[in-house]
Design a protein around this ligand. Structure first.
Ligand code: ZN
Length: 207
């Protein structure tokens, strides 16, 4: 399964009906998500930017980073954004034995109090997913990848990946990481402007 395209082919969504690929809504609502933080300066920049636009988002944090930067994590919570578990060590599910994967996710859950889970790289073995679902986790995938981390795409392309494809209920992936910051910092304010002017609201994903 190749998850690098900007949008997810219908067939993939049908193959994994237990995963959440978008949020059904009649309202003009979009769901921004940020993976891989908290990262000093970058996460704070994102929080400032969201505040300016009165937007809420969901941060899929890496447990290790929450442990390193609890004050940034607490700011995310204080400003009423959502948080989710993105494992403790950002593990690749396909390359990790299931007990090790679950142990790592559990370690992250000590830091991150949330029943939302996003597998790093979107790669998770059916057994791993099954166990998390049984444990009442919601596995949050996405509708749109901005591809902000990809050094081969321009900042403008990253912006267009989002505004050309997002519709009501879309779950959009950005990263509050160093690697993605160049494209993300260009695209995010423009995405917020573009959709706010069209009457969209940005909300957090509920558990
Ligand atoms: Zn990640």
């Amino acid at each position: 399964m190749n998850l690098t395209p900007v949008t997810i082919p219908k067939i993939v969504k049908t193959m994994f009906p237990d995963f959440i690929w978008d949020i059904k809504t009649r309202e003009k609502t979009l769901y921004l998500t940020f993976d891989d933080g908290p990262t000093p300066e970058i996460t704070e920049w994102v929080l400032d930017c969201l505040k300016k636009h009165d937007a809420k988002a969901t941060f899929f944090c890496i447990g290790k980073n929450v442990k390193l930067f609890p004050e940034i994590y607490n700011r995310i919570i204080d400003e009423e954004h959502g948080v989710g578990n993105h494992t403790f060590n950002h593990l690749k599910g396909w390359k990790t034995k299931t007990p090790d994967y679950l142990y790592d996710a559990h370690n992250a859950s000590v830091e991150i109090k949330s029943k939302l889970f996003r597998p790093p790289y979107g790669r998770i073995k059916p057994k791993q997913a099954k166990s998390l679902l049984k444990d009442n986790y919601k596995i949050i995938m996405w509708s749109i990848l901005s591809l902000d981390w990809d050094k081969n795409i321009s900042a403008s392309k990253c912006y267009h990946n989002v505004v050309d494809k997002a519709t009501s209920g879309s779950i959009i992936v950005f990263h509050d990481s160093k690697k993605a910051s160049h494209n993300m910092m260009y695209a995010l304010p423009k995405v917020l402007d573009y959709f706010s002017k069209k009457g969209y609201e940005f909300k957090r994903i509920l558990e």
